[in-house]
Design a protein around this ligand. Structure first.
Ligand code: SF4
Ligand code: SF4
Length: 173
């Protein structure tokens, strides 16, 4: 359902806080040499990232009933994210987005979409090993791929093992 004025206002406030938190976090990560990957490509509008938005949460939020309820309620009432499941191992909440139209693959409230939707897939450049949807128009390249490729070449690996590592570590330009 399309966001009304009240929801748009609340989401704008939430976005300000999200942007500030993200900016500070990324500053710290950059000081530590992150991100290790560079994004390439562009969005082709396939819609896969809107099919099941997934949010990583802390252990207290995942396990404490009150925090869990608050988080899920916030995402349902404000963001239009209906709880659809979870991944206990990685402490992820998985949602169905009520703003997503699977036929047109469009967001009915694009202008007021949450910060996490705006950031995707930039966040993947900061992950240990970025994984994109097969349909996604983006991919990533390890920034130090040249050095790592040289190190692999010097390791005298069998050619198929070398190719596999180059592919898995995203070392191709
Ligand atoms: S999965 Fe990638 S290409 Fe598809 S809509 Fe999301 S960002 Fe765009
Ligand atoms: S709010 Fe919009 S951009 Fe975010 S997951 Fe839903 S449909 Fe996609």
């Amino acid at each position: 359902m399309k966001d009304g004025p009240l929801r748009r206002f609340i989401k704008r406030l939430a976005l300000l806080r999200y942007t500030f938190d993200l900016g500070v976090t990324r500053l710290v990560l950059r000081a530590q040499g992150e991100p290790r990957y560079r994004l390439t490509g562009a969005c082709n509008g396939c819609g896969r990232c809107c099919e099941a938005p997934t949010i990583p949460v802390s252990r207290p939020v995942f396990f404490l009933r009150s925090l869990r309820w608050l988080t899920l309620t916030w995402h349902r009432v404000v963001n239009g994210f209906e709880y659809a499941g979870e991944d206990r191992r990685h402490k992820l909440f998985i949602f169905r987005c009520t703003h997503y139209d699977p036929v047109t693959k469009q967001c009915d409230s694009y202008e007021s979409r949450p910060g996490m939707c705006r950031d995707y897939p930039r966040n993947l450049a900061y992950s240990a090993l970025p994984e994109f949807f097969p349909e996604c128009g983006y991919s990533s390249v390890y920034k130090k791929s040249e050095q790592l490729r040289k190190a692999l070449e010097q390791a005298n690996l069998p050619p198929e093992k070398y190719e596999e590592l180059v592919r898995k570590l995203q070392l191709k330009e």
